[in-house]
Design a protein around this ligand. Structure first.
Ligand code: ATP
Length: 889
């Protein structure tokens, strides 16, 4: 059916869209525009999943063995441990998953619609049948819709039809029976717009769309494991292998020492269990979730979990200029008109979008009555899609649409021309929209009774290439002027016109070659964002190189890069070169790779070249973050290690290709996210250090006792307790540590940084013997004094638990003292420690627990020397840190 019929049947006003009340009613009636999700996994399944681990199998085997040996109490403890462990695991995991799901919802699709006669941005979920969608290049189509109006609309439908090139659309009705791929009067959910624009009335949402019918229920998409997760798994497997070896060793030593076999077996099993880093996967999940949360609070929404850790290893950030490094608040400050042989220069006063300020030519006011100026202003206003909005109440003047274009409307108003009147008198009949490849835009108008005229604006080189060469001197002067303006950090636009011409989408701008008359140039300032200078400096301290990749002119880019510290002043030491698109084109791969370290600015870059820049940087071993906003940026965003899409100016296509979305478009936010990425990695390393040092220490104590011919220093259930309860209550909390503050003064984490690097192993080499010496020393000394074995074991058990408490404080920082304010920074850890102490007291002083854990109550006074002794573990590390700090200073 034709478009009008479709609108009528949907009850949609073609000028105003739906009204708000009707949209709300339809939303209630048809439900949200989303595919039904698989129901969340029930809690009991999450719990059950915890039992699917080798650790649990080992523990079950131990329980069976305990029963066989008649140690029913031990068997009960082991089973309780299994259950508690599973409960903690599933609780923590559930929490992390819920917060991640909530964050993921933030990165949902958005659509522009017409409602109550005004343009609104709504979430794709809120679309209802009858909504009038506004589509432009880069938009995702979020529901099935009938086209009502379109200008050169191109839609990529590969996801739906498999057709690899974008298809053109039209509003002409089609025969009743037409295959999906040929329905040119419709657009479908799941596709995206690559060019042109359109209005379309929504006819189906949710499951009723074509994709909805295919997809039915969406499966819970399990996110693939991140590289760090894989490395942690590998590390875990190595520890499990070591644990098995240890089991054999302990049993053999026990036999050699002729200790009672059942007891040796039980201890060997417990020891094996304590080597298994069961806290690690949970710690990893929580570290990523917390990282994601903290990044979201600072304006960076994570779309792929792996971005959290990759951000921490980023070595180069390639950033757009406009809006990311600059404020994207344009003001035209200079005009240049070709004149009749003698060029004219006009200064424009005033700042911001308020149309207040005068135009002065050599100190004398000029305005729109000047014919040459009027010609330029006509192009500036008519070849323009923005709207200038007067202030409401105390607010300032605002621009709807592209700020570059908004500034031109302000310019016209300052010169006394009314944009609305101009537009009414010269209606637009056709257009070639702006895109970052051609860097041009053209529109065709009927001007009063005069013939049709095509008006153009765009980057000076692009426009001057089309100019007719009547007066070569004027064109040369224009080129020189454009460069001079760019050197002063101005964003330069050129304007031109062609009389009595047609605009042909297929032929594009080339059809106008040699016929464009130059109307003049306009230079705009776009002040740098204040916070970026500092963020750039922070990047450099952190060993990350910022690079500008801009569509703007080389000299404009370089001037701003210098102002922000991205480019050096050209003293030859740092990166100071600017390379533009054509130069980049001429460079070979090897040459480019060679030149990369000296390039601070890539200018006049076409989106396809961004991909090449990313690949060249990666070939040099860099970990690249790249920003982007347009449709054509998607390949580069997908290829970069961290694709960063702009939240405000970004297209939906760019957002879905990116790994993170920066909600305020700000470079400083990206740098903040890098810091959080480093925090996550650092915190995981703390957990690894802690787990490794403590389990190695326990092993050492046991082996020393066996080799030295002593009785077993700990009962099997005591080993389990230390491992699961004492450690379990604190380990995970280490990943909640706030930033240390020096994250951005370290080098980026190398991609193949070993989890167990030398620095970490060196710390293990101090902690482990310290804990072992303290624990075993006490045990041996007390035995030598003839103290009853039960009491000695209880004391040894308690000293070991205390050592773990002190050691978790050690692990918080490699250099900073654990004492003082730092102690209270991580309230999760304080809570975990308090819980752990309370539980240990229960094992010592509650009679039923005494029976189960083979402990005897220790007189409170005797705890003092134990605390003092165990604290040596802390003092030793404090001494090392003191020396390290001294060394670093
Ligand atoms: P960045 O990629 O750093 O954000 P940018 O926003 O300046 O840079 P583009 O938007 O691709 O990059 O603009 C490139 C050039 O195209 C500008 O320098 C300007 O000369 C011209 N230009 C920008 N916007 C328009 C427009 N709306 N119409 C015509 N020409 C434009």
């Amino acid at each position: 059916m034709d478009a009008d019929e479709a609108l009528r049947r949907c009850g949609t006003d073609p000028q105003r869209g739906l009204d708000g009340a009707a949209a709300a009613r339809r939303l209630a009636e048809h439900g949200p525009n989303a595919l039904p999700e698989a129901p969340p996994r029930p809690a009991w399944l999450g719990l059950l999943r915890q039992f699917k681990s080798p650790l649990i199998y080992i523990l079950f085997a131990a329980a069976v063995l305990a029963v066989a040996l008649g140690h029913h109490g031990d068997a009960g403890v082991i089973l309780a441990v299994v259950v508690v462990n599973a409960l903690i695991g599933s609780f923590q995991e559930g929490r992390a998953e819920r917060s991640m799901a909530a964050l993921r919802r933030l990165s949902g699709l958005h659509v522009r619609v017409l409602r109550d006669g005004a343009e609104r941005v709504v979430e794709a979920r809120e679309l209802v049948p009858g909504d009038l969608m506004l589509l432009a290049a880069g938009d995702a189509v979020a529901a099935d819709a009938r086209l009502v109006e379109q200008v050169q609309l191109q839609v990529a439908e590969a996801a739906l039809t498999g057709e690899s090139v974008p298809v053109s659309k039209s509003v002409t009705p089609l025969p009743e029976v037409t295959g999906l791929a040929d329905r040119h009067d419709m657009v479908y959910s799941g596709t995206h717009v690559t060019g042109g624009r359109a209005r379309a009335v929504v006819v189906a949402t949710g499951v009723h769309t074509e994709v909805g019918r295919i997809a039915g229920l969406t499966e819970r998409a399990e996110e693939p494991k991140t590289p760090l997760e894989l490395r942690l798994e590998q590390f875990g497997r190595a520890l499990v292998a070591a644990a098995l070896g240890l089991f054999v060793l302990v049993v053999l030593l026990g036999l050699w020492r002729a200790l009672p076999l059942p007891e040796v077996l039980m201890v060997a099993i417990s020891q094996m269990v304590s080597m298994v880093p069961e806290g690690l996967p949970v710690a990893m999940t929580i570290a990523l979730a917390v990282g994601m949360q903290r990044m979201a609070e600072r304006g960076a929404i994570i779309r792929r979990l792996s971005a959290v850790e990759t951000l921490g290893s980023t070595t180069v950030i390639c950033s757009d200029k406009t809006g990311t490094l600059t404020r994207n608040e344009m003001t035209v400050v200079e005009l240049w008109l070709p004149g009749d042989g003698t060029p004219r220069e006009i200064a424009v006063g005033g700042i911001g979008y308020a149309p207040e300020g005068r135009l002065l030519e050599q100190g004398r006011p000029v305005d729109a009555r000047d014919p040459a100026l009027a010609g330029l202003l006509a192009a500036a206003v008519l070849c323009n899609d923005a709207e200038l909005q007067p202030p409401a109440g105390d607010a300032a003047w605002t621009v709807l649409g592209d700020p570059t274009e908004g500034a031109l409307l302000v310019l016209a108003a300052k010169a006394g021309a009314d944009p609305a009147t101009l537009r009414r008198d010269a209606p637009r009949e056709a257009e070639l929209p702006f895109d970052s490849d051609t860097k041009l835009m053209a529109t065709r108008h009927r001007l009063g009774g005069a013939p049709r005229r095509v008006l153009l604006k765009g980057a000076p080189e692009a426009l001057l290439r089309l100019a007719h060469g009547e007066d070569a001197a004027t064109l040369a002067a224009a080129r020189a002027q454009a460069e001079a303006m760019a050197t002063r950090a101005l964003r330069v636009l050129a304007f031109g016109s062609v009389d009595d011409d047609t605009l042909d989408a297929a032929a594009g701008f080339d059809a106008l070659a040699g016929r464009v008359r130059l109307l003049g140039l306009a230079g705009q300032i776009d002040p740098p964002r204040e916070e970026v200078r500092q963020a750039v400096a922070e990047c450099r301290r952190a060993g990350i190189r910022p690079v500008m990749v801009t569509g703007d002119h080389k000299l404009t880019g370089l001037a701003i890069a210098r102002a922000l510290g991205i480019a050096d002043d050209g003293d030859g030491r740092g990166a100071c070169r600017a390379v533009d698109g054509p130069e980049l084109e001429r460079m070979g791969e090897a040459e480019l790779r060679e030149a990369l370290p000296s390039i601070a600015v890539f200018a006049r870059v076409q989106p396809a070249q961004k991909l090449r820049i990313v690949e060249a940087l990666q070939a040099r071993g860099e970990v690249v973050a790249m920003t982007g906003d347009g449709v054509n940026d998607a390949p580069a965003l997908a290829r970069a290690d961290v694709g960063v899409a702009m939240g405000i100016t970004g297209t939906e296509v760019a957002k879905s290709a990116a790994k993170i979305v920066v909600t305020d478009d700000n470079f400083a936010t990206i740098v903040g996210a890098v810091q959080q990425g480093r925090v996550v990695y650092g915190n995981l390393k703390k957990v690894i250090l802690y787990l490794l040092a403590t389990s190695m220490a326990e092993v050492l104590v046991l082996l020393l006792a066996l080799l030295g011919g002593f009785p077993l220093p700990l009962a099997a259930v005591q080993i389990l307790w230390i491992n699961i309860v004492t450690e379990g209550t604190v380990t995970v909390n280490l990943v909640m540590d706030p930033p240390d503050g020096d994250e951005m003064r370290r080098r980026p984490v190398s991609r193949d940084d070993r989890l167990l690097g030398t620095a970490l192993l060196r710390r293990v080499a101090l902690m482990t013997p310290m804990i072992a010496a303290v624990t075993f020393g006490w045990f041996a000394w007390r035995l030598s004094q003839g103290v009853p074995e039960d009491l000695v074991r209880t004391e040894t058990f308690t000293v070991l638990a205390m050592c773990q408490w002190f050691n978790v404080l050690n692990c918080q920082s490699a250099t900073a003292s654990a004492l003082g304010a730092r102690l209270l920074r991580n309230r999760w850890l304080v809570g975990g420690l308090s819980l752990s102490v309370a539980l240990q007291a229960a094992v010592l002083y509650l009679p039923p627990m005494n029976a189960l854990f083979h402990t005897v109550p220790l007189p409170p006074a005797s705890l003092l020397p134990l605390v003092a002794l165990a604290s040596l573990v802390l003092w030793a590390e404090e001494a090392r840190k003191l020396r390290a700090r001294g060394g670093r200073r």
